[in-house]
Design a protein around this ligand. Structure first.
Ligand code: GTP
Length: 359
């Protein structure tokens, strides 16, 4: 089977982490989300993968030419102007070599999942479907695309981001992974901006195509926001989220062998600690993502936060639900909370900030 991964988005909700690195390439528990997805696809028998890139396209090629965690035939379909999700799928199709009736697996680049891909493909085959969508159930579907189905699994409608209670007709949402019949991809208009969610899917329903939804009850998380990203990483580290790259993990932290964690420091809650990190005396790091070369000073507290490469957190500082971008330095005795974001290279002096939206 062949697959297309959509990895060309700007990742605006994850700025400033995505200024230099596209969202699907930000390491989650040590590997880019794209690597976790490729490993999952490979395990289901995918042997040719096309990355639909646009924003920071060069980062993907540089990485996959030099990594060792996945070995699959990767091709790059680069959009000079972003074509939207549907346009990107159509553009990537130029590198498919399968026949018109063959299945093509498609993944959004920021989805962390343990989806049973083979089951999804089987359902697509059994229904002789044009498209099978992976659906997941969420408690609050307002931020997502709702996909109600009938009792045979046929999709009844696509309702993007409902705003009124009447519009919330189901808890099933589009989980960002599909199986398309190749010929359906070839009918998407070429060289145009097309949204698969807002245009292609509704048009398929209008034309009476067979579009089915398959609910998978396994792990699913959209890594689009900093809070979700830190949670996804922690879930991978603790073995709550599955990945073929981290089989049977159950520990409280993954700490790179070159990191130096002081014996009085506490690193828990699924924290990932990258290469050459230093965590000093009595620091407490919980459910966080600490990228390579970070320095966390004595008595600092880091909770559900992302600290990017070569950044530092000063002594007695406390950060919660915060993003510190690469090379930024937060001085001592600062407090950042609830969605604070420090930009790359920013320098915050000692005792300069007490930011909390709770106050
Ligand atoms: P936000 O800007 O934070 O919403 O993130 P995003 O840019 O990733 O957008 P979104 O999460 O809606 O995109 C869903 C998936 O489609 C992501 O994996 C994106 O990388 C991908 N994507 C979105 N737009 C394009 C595009 O124009 N071209 C390509 N190749 N991929 C896209």
């Amino acid at each position: 089977m062949q697959a297309i991964l959509l990895v060309g988005g700007q990742g605006t909700r994850l700025r400033p982490l995505t200024i230099a690195t596209p969202k699907p390439m930000l390491p989650v528990a040590g590997f880019p989300c794209t690597s976790h997805q490729i490993a999952l696809a490979q395990r289901a028998g995918v042997d040719r993968i096309i990355l639909g890139t646009s924003y920071r396209a060069e980062v993907f090629e540089e990485y996959f030419n030099n990594q060792s965690e996945v070995s699959v035939d990767i091709h790059y379909a680069v959009e000079t102007e972003p074509l939207g999700t549907g346009g990107a799928i159509r553009n990537a199709a130029q590198y498919l070599t399968c026949g018109p009736d063959e299945p093509v697996l498609i993944f959004n680049g920021d989805v962390l999942t343990g989806l049973d891909i083979e089951a999804l493909v089987s359902k697509w085959r059994e229904a002789n479907a044009d498209v099978a969508l992976y659906l997941t159930r969420v408690e609050d579907p307002r931020a997502y695309g709702l996909v109600p189905t009938d009792d045979q699994g046929r999709v009844l409608a696509f309702k993007e981001k409902p705003t009124t209670p009447e519009e919330i007709v189901t808890d099933q949402i589009n989980a960002g992974c599909y199986v398309f019949k190749r010929s359906v991809i070839d009918r998407i208009p070429e060289g145009q901006v097309v949204s698969v969610e807002r245009e292609t899917f509704p048009q398929l329903l209008e034309s009476n195509a067979t579009v089915i939804g398959v609910v998978d009850e396994g792990y699913w998380l959209d890594l689009g926001t900093p809070l979700a990203f830190a949670k996804g990483s922690a879930d991978l580290v603790r073995g709550i989220a599955p990945s073929p790259l981290l089989e049977n993990r159950t520990g409280e932290a993954v700490i790179h062998e070159t990191a130096k964690v002081h014996e009085s420091a506490t690193v828990v809650g699924g924290t990932y600690v990258g290469a050459n990190v230093v965590i000093a005396e009595n620091a407490v790091v919980e459910s966080s993502v600490i990228y390579d070369g970070v320095f966390i000073a004595a008595d600092a507290r880091v909770t559900r936060s992302i600290v990017s490469s070569d950044a530092s957190v000063g002594a007695h500082s406390s950060i919660t639900d915060t993003v510190i971008a690469e090379n930024a330095s937060l001085g001592a005795h600062n407090e950042l909370n609830s969605g604070a974001r420090v930009f790359p290279g920013a320098e915050i002096p000692d005792s300069a900030v007490r930011f909390s939206s709770d106050r």
